[in-house]
Design a protein around this ligand. Structure first.
Ligand code: PNS
Length: 159
């Protein structure tokens, strides 16, 4: 499909589930912007680290660009001239929040559509927050994240 999609998130850190979704989106759209939110949540990794981990985890995926945005996602989409947002739905439990967010965004920017993709079912249970928790408590996260992310978790003395 021609056109650009924004895949926004905190990605703290990016998981194998996120990477699976980026790859799927990159086959559907000619360009995908992986957009890192700078505000909103206190994060384990800095913005620079989160973006670097994504870059290092996506070698050879040529049509994915990594950017960050401040403030409202719809304002950023407008500024970039992008009309499609991609988000992942792992299980029904994700749906309510994603639906709320998509419809709020539609109210703010009626010309922007949100599309939901499902990651590989093998990653259906994965989340950044659980990766952070397991890593902080000294558990093995190597099945959940890419090599570059695991190296950073190891460097923090966790994971
Ligand atoms: O990875 P996350 O934390 O689920 O991503 C949530 C994110 C960053 C996509 C969402 O919080 C967001 O869009 N934040 C930007 C601020 C904004 O536009 N808020 C209104 C959304 S309805």
């Amino acid at each position: 499909m021609q056109g650009t999609a924004i895949y926004p998130g905190t990605f703290d850190p990016i998981t194998l589930g996120h990477l699976d979704l980026v790859q799927r989106a990159s086959k559907i759209f000619s360009r995908v912007i992986l957009a890192f939110a700078t505000e909103g949540k206190s994060t384990m990794f800095s913005l620079d680290e989160r973006m670097a981990m994504a870059r290092e985890s996506l070698p050879g995926v040529e049509n994915v660009e990594i950017e960050s945005f401040d403030g409202l996602l719809m304002k950023y989409a407008r500024e970039r001239g992008v009309h499609v947002i991609v988000r992942g739905i792992r299980a029904y439990s994700d749906f309510e929040f994603e639906f709320q967010m998509a419809l709020t965004n539609r109210k703010l920017a009626p010309d922007v559509e949100t599309m939901f993709l499902m990651p590989n079912e093998a990653y259906g249970y994965l989340s950044s927050s659980l990766v952070r928790e397991v890593a902080k408590l000294g558990g093995d996260t190597s099945d959940f994240v890419s090599g570059p992310v695991q190296q950073r978790l190891d460097r923090l003395g966790a994971g």
